[in-house]
Every structure is written in structure tokens, then in C-alpha cells.
Design a protein around this ligand. Structure first.
Ligand code: SR1
Length: 325
């Protein structure tokens, strides 16, 4: 591959190899994240090897070992189970490979972590809940423990409940698998049937929200429910803004930007430049009302209306090409 004139070594000569190793690949968020990583890698002349995730801890470990054997310069570890990754991540570092984590806490000072300000994300969503429904309501909560972003969002939910005793969590459910939305829909149907007094569902992952919305439609209770989520995609915008949708708000970054940021952080590490240990990409609140009023129908239209959504100042350098999307 061609080098970049004026870039530090090894980017000046080219031939830089990076592996993107994911735990989850299915769903809009992860596809857009990968596309953003690919766009930034291309702009940097990086040969990006993408290892798809199938929610399989042993497979993800094997993939890291394969990447070490391939002699990559850097590895992005995207989600995963820390207990099955910390030793192989250390093996990669010992082999001189730079490692960056997205949404998985590897507790290693040599591994910077990219995240979407999950505490703020949760806080913004719950502030909107209070605006819409006050502080006395019965709630459903969709959560699967063990995923760093969901655990961070959960910390804010727990605090919110502790501070608002009128908020009663009637049921907690959820699944993360190959078919997260439909599995969550099946569970939501049972939960909403057993708890007809639930009026708010906090579902801080778009696949969760999609599942709850599906269940509400099947049960014919869409008009009795308000769903709040994280994440956004073109398909999500359509589901949020369609007539009668109970999905009333989401708080989101542009996942393609987060993918690009992950690659930039890895490139800076490979070039021997400073990278903060925590790299935050800030999310924005997107309400159904605002999206409808702005007539936004896709991620591209959203980015055109909210320029900050299409970029991040995180981990920038003069030699790293910007303006990817
Ligand atoms: C299974 S964890 C899902 C979350 O990871 C990313 O942080 C996305 O925001 C998504 O909500």
C-alpha cells in the first residue's frame, strides 16, 4: 500500500496492517461501526483485516491469536468478555502490537478504551423520560449484564431508581445473540402481558428497543407505551418517526464515527504518539418529535442537519485524513 507523505513512520511508507476483532457483528450499530473503521483505515492506507464476531468468546480469543501470527501492527478489540481477552491482549502487547479496546474493559493501562460517554447517554435518555412521564411510573428495563456499555448505562439507571422511588421496575429482561431484536421481542411480549401497567420501557440498545416495539405492536398496546433507547440507524429513524410509534427517543453517536475514532487511536499508537486512556465520543439526544419536525429520514440527513453527529474531535492529528463520510 502507498504511504502518506509527511506522516510519521510507518505510515510514511505504507504497508500498515490492523485487525478489527469484534464480539458482535450483527445489527445496524455494529455494521455501521465496521464501515466507519474501514473508511478511516482506507484513508490511512491501512490494510484492515476484519474478523467477524459471533458472540463467541473462544472464537474471539483465537482471532486475536491469528492476528498476532499475521504480524499486524495494531488490533482493535470491539466488545467481548474481559475474562477471556485480558491474557491474549497482553500477548499481543508483548509481541509489540498496539491494542485499542472499544467497549470492553481490559484493565490494562497500555490499552486505551473508546466509549460513547455511556453515563451521559443514559442520563440524557432518563432526563427525557422524566420530561415525558414524570418520576412516578411502572417501568420495564432491558439489560444484559457483562457488556461494558450496558453495565455503564445500568449504573445510571440504578442511581435514577434510587433517587426516584416512584419509579418501579416491574420487570427486567433482554438477550444479546444473533437475533437480539426478535429474542427480546419474545421476552417483551411475556413481560408486557404479565405487567399491563408498564408505561415506560428503558431499552438502551437499539436492537432491544426494536424488539420491545415489535412486541407492543403484536399486543396492540403501542399507544400505551413509551420506549427510550440508545443508538441510531436509518432503520431506527424510520421506526421512531413512523405514525403511532411508541419509540419516542434515543440517545446516540454516529457509530461510523466511533469506528473511525477506534482506527485513529490505533494509528496514533502505532506511530508512537500520545493517546488518552479513555476516548469519549459524545452522544446526542434524538427525540421522535425533533426528528419528525426536522423531517429527518436517514443517518445522512441527520448528519447534514447536525454536523457534530458526523465527526468527532477525538484522537485527531494533522497527518490523519478527516472528512470520511
Ligand atoms: C451488546 S452491547 C450493545 C451496545 O454496544 C454499543 O455500545 C452500542 O451503543 C450498543 O448499544
Amino acid at each position: 500500500a502507498d504511504g502518506i507523505a509527511g506522516a510519521p513512520a510507518p505510515f510514511d511508507k505504507g504497508g500498515v496492517k490492523v485487525a478489527l476483532i469484534s464480539y458482535v457483528s450483527a445489527g445496524d450499530f455494529f455494521q455501521a461501526y465496521q464501515a466507519g473503521a474501514e473508511a478511516q483505515a482506507k484513508a490511512l492506507g491501512i490494510d484492515l483485516r476484519v474478523f467477524p464476531g459471533r458472540q463467541h468468546a473462544a472464537e474471539q480469543r483465537d482471532q486475536i491469536q491469528q492476528a498476532i501470527n499475521l504480524g499486524v501492527h495494531g488490533i482493535v478489540i470491539d466488545h467481548g468478555q474481559p475474562e477471556s481477552l485480558t491474557d491474549v491482549a497482553q500477548q499481543a502487547l508483548d509481541a509489540g502490537i498496539k491494542v485499542v479496546a472499544f467497549d470492553v474493559n481490559l484493565n490494562n493501562p497500555a490499552i486505551p478504551q473508546v466509549e460513547q460517554s455511556d453515563h451521559e447517554l443514559s442520563r440524557l435518555a432518563l432526563e427525557q423520560v422524566v420530561k415525558d412521564s414524570g418520576t412516578s411510573f411502572n417501568a420495564g428495563y432491558v439489560y444484559v449484564a457483562g457488556f461494558a456499555p450496558l453495565d455503564r448505562r445500568n449504573e445510571v439507571w440504578e442511581k435514577f431508581k434510587a433517587e426516584n422511588k416512584g419509579v418501579v421496575e416491574k420487570a427486567r429482561f433482554g438477550a444479546v445473540n444473533d437475533t437480539t431484536a426478535t429474542s427480546t421481542a419474545d421476552q417483551a411480549k411475556a413481560v408486557l402481558t404479565a405487567n399491563p401497567d408498564i408505561s415506560v420501557v428503558f431499552a438502551p440498545y437499539d436492537e432491544f428497543a426494536r424488539g420491545v416495539k415489535l412486541a407492543a405492536a403484536d399486543l396492540g398496546i403501542s399507544d400505551k407505551l413509551k420506549i427510550y433507547s440508545a443508538d441510531v440507524s436509518t432503520a431506527d429513524i424510520q421506526e421512531i418517526t413512523e405514525e403511532g410509534s411508541p419509540w419516542v427517543a434515543t440517545v446516540a453517536t454516529n457509530p461510523a464515527v466511533v469506528g473511525a475514532v477506534s482506527i485513529r487511536a490505533t494509528a496514533l499508537k502505532i506511530a508512537g504518539q500520545d493517546v488518552p486512556s479513555q476516548i469519549l465520543v459524545k452522544p446526542s439526544l434524538l427525540t421522535q418529535t425533533a426528528l419528525r419536525e426536522a423531517g429527518v429520514k436517514s443517518i445522512e440527513e441527520l448528519a447534514a442537519k447536525v454536523p457534530a453527529f458526523n465527526d468527532s474531535d477525538a484522537v485527531r492529528a494533522d497527518w490523519i485524513p478527516a472528512k470520511l463520510f
